[in-house]
Design a protein around this ligand. Structure first.
Ligand code: AMP
Length: 403
């Protein structure tokens, strides 16, 4: 048995989950938010109860120290060296990482070199890693990349039709995102496909960030997100794919600067931008029910784009055995799933069972199609953190074995 910590560092937040491995039992979890402020928020679960305190947290180093102190004070651990490894989420692994990698000088400098492709994220991950290195200097740390699962795509699936020079010199291509979730879900999904031959899955990770991946025999062949998480399907606040001229025209006609437009396309578009209501899909659904036509249009657009990707990936996979819905919206909103099913079921011969869908219990795995359906459709809760813990635990075992 070993305690392993899953770590997700953002520019002003640090989320963690402490696991007992290999049982995959969550011992505790929590978050430090508003890092860099006098009134940062620290939350941790002690014996199942969430404890919240407001504390000054100057930087990520202080955040990590606060968490470690809380673990010791609450006797969750007796000594820091009980934590045998940490698994750090890293958004952008570029073309370098096909799988998770132990943090060493080479890994660090590659993640650093990819900062231009994920400026907020990769920088924050390194700051987080540095903070851990100070507090747990001898504990192995593993980088787990959101992009790694998508590295199996063929060139024709990841290359953009732009000048070769840009592809090569600036490494501009499709990398995808949410790879850890897509991997987790497709691994579970495969077990539900009872047939010989190719196992073809379309995974719909529909959270506030959202992406769809086509998976054949456990390998990603196509994914909707692009160079950055702005691409692909429409999201809560992000545009998804657009004609590049849309960007050019908005820039020219609004008179706003480049950075402002880029931020607007990331943070004020999608469901929020079209509805003008909220960046939370629950509010948009409520407004649509109350008769707000912009909210209805936003939802229709959202579902249409997802249906289009499902159709595209059906062709890309040469058919499909299983469609998986997951993440915040995919797991919790039967209304959203129904909208997508209504736009795909006829062409793909999906025998959607609305009653089953609406009866599904939140947080569980269930099927929303009838047995005769040509494609099985399931809701499966995702768990990205456990994948971080698994890879960190594996690295710990490998290192132990080599000593
Ligand atoms: P995630 O990024 O996976 O944490 O998903 C967060 C998003 O899920 C929120 O912004 C909500 O829009 C959405 N969400 C969560 N619960 C529900 C629900 N019951 N119905 C509709 N959307 C939901």
């Amino acid at each position: 048995m070993a305690k392993i910590m899953a770590v997700n560092c953002g520019s002003s937040s640090f989320k963690f989950k402490l696991y007992e491995m290999p049982e995959e039992k969550v011992i505790t979890s929590g978050i430090v938010e508003r890092i860099g402020h006098e009134d940062a928020i620290f939350q941790i679960k002690i014996n199942g109860e969430s404890k919240k305190t407001i504390v000054p947290v100057k930087d990520h180093g202080v955040a990590v120290q606060i968490v470690m102190d809380a673990l010791l004070e609450n006797k969750i651990i007796e000594h820091l060296d009980e934590i045998k490894a940490t698994g750090h989420r890293v958004v952008q692994g570029g073309p370098y990482f096909k799988e998770s990698a132990l943090f060493n000088e080479d890994t660090y400098s590659k993640i650093e070199s990819l900062i231009p492709l994920a400026p907020l994220h990769n920088k924050a991950h390194l700051v987080g890693f540095d903070a851990f290195k100070k507090v747990l200097p001898n504990t192995p740390a593993v980088a787990v990349f959101d992009t790694a699962f998508h590295q199996t795509m063929d060139k024709e699936d990841y290359t953009y039709p732009i000048k070769k020079e840009y592809t090569e010199k600036y490494m501009i291509r499709r990398y995808g995102a949410h790879g850890t979730s897509h991997k987790y879900l497709s691994e579970i999904g495969e077990k539900y496909i009872e047939k010989d031959g190719d196992k073809r899955i379309i995974v719909c990770h529909l959270g506030s960030g959202a992406s769809i991946t086509a998976v054949k025999n456990g390998k990603c062949v196509a994914t909707s997100m692009g160079l950055t998480p702005l691409g692909g399907i429409m999201m809560n606040t992000r545009t998804g794919d657009l004609d590049p001229s849309v960007y050019y025209q908005v820039l020219k006609m609004s008179g706003k600067d480049n950075e402002t437009i880029f931020q607007e396309f990331n943070k004020e578009s999608g469901l929020y931008g079209v509805s003008g209501v909220s960046n939370d899909s629950r509010d948009v659904e409520k407004a649509a029910l109350e008769g707000n036509p912009d909210a209805q249009l936003a939802l229709d657009l959202w579902a249409r784009r997802i249906a289009d990707f499902i159709g595209q990936y059906f062709v890309r996979l040469g058919g499909c055995d299983l469609i998986i819905f997951s993440a915040g919206i995919g797991e919790n909103s039967p209304e959203s799933r129904e909208m997508i099913m209504d736009r795909t079921k006829e062409a793909l011969e999906i025998a959607y069972d609305r009653d089953l869908d609406y009866a599904g219990k939140r947080g569980t795995t269930f099927t929303i199609t009838k047995p005769e359906s040509k494609i099985k459709v399931m809701v499966i809760p995702t768990d990205e953190e456990v994948m971080l813990a698994r890879d960190a635990y594996k690295a710990y075992l490998d290192m132990k074995g080599n000593n």
